[in-house]
Design a protein around this ligand. Structure first.
Ligand SMILES: [Zn+2]
Length: 120
C-alpha cells in the first residue's frame, strides 16, 4: 500500500499493491471469511466491524478489507477498484504524479513528454 496521486479524485489516495487488491476483490466476492482470515493472519484482536456504518451490503467486505489494509474508511467502494497502483504508470519525472496508464508516454497532468508526440 502506498499513497499516490489519483487524477479522478485530484488527490493522493491509498493505492493497493496487486496482492492487497486481490484480497479486497476476494473479500468482495467471498465475504466475511476472507476478512476474518486476514484479521487472524495479522493478529488483529480489537477490530471493530462496520455494523453501525450504513453501506451497501454488497460491498461491505470489500470496504472492510480496504480498511484493514489502509486504516481508512473509504465510503465509495467503486473508487477502491481504481486504487491499484499497477493500473497506473511510473511517476512523472516533472510533477511526480503517476502516468495515467502503464503505457502512457506523456504526463496528462503537466504535459511532460508531450513534445515527443506526433503533431497533426
Ligand atoms: Zn507530470
Amino acid at each position: 500500500m502506498e499513497e499516490r496521486f489519483w487524477w479522478r479524485c485530484n488527490t493522493e489516495v491509498k493505492m493497493l499493491d496487486d496482492y492487497e487488491f486481490k484480497l479486497c476483490r476476494d473479500a468482495w466476492f467471498e465475504g466475511k471469511k476472507v476478512v476474518e482470515k486476514e484479521l487472524e493472519k495479522r493478529n488483529i484482536k480489537d477490530f471493530v466491524w462496520l455494523d453501525k456504518i450504513e453501506t451497501f451490503e454488497q460491498y461491505r467486505y470489500l470496504l472492510e478489507m480496504y480498511r484493514i489494509l489502509t486504516g481508512e474508511y473509504e465510503s465509495n467502494p467503486l473508487a477502491i477498484l481504481h486504487h491499484q497502483s499497477s493500473q497506473f504508470g511510473k511517476d512523472c519525472p516533472n510533477c511526480k504524479k503517476p502516468f495515467r496508464t502503464s503505457r502512457a508516454i506523456y504526463c496528462a497532468s503537466c504535459g511532460y513528454g508531450s513534445e515527443n508526440l506526433t503533431k497533426i
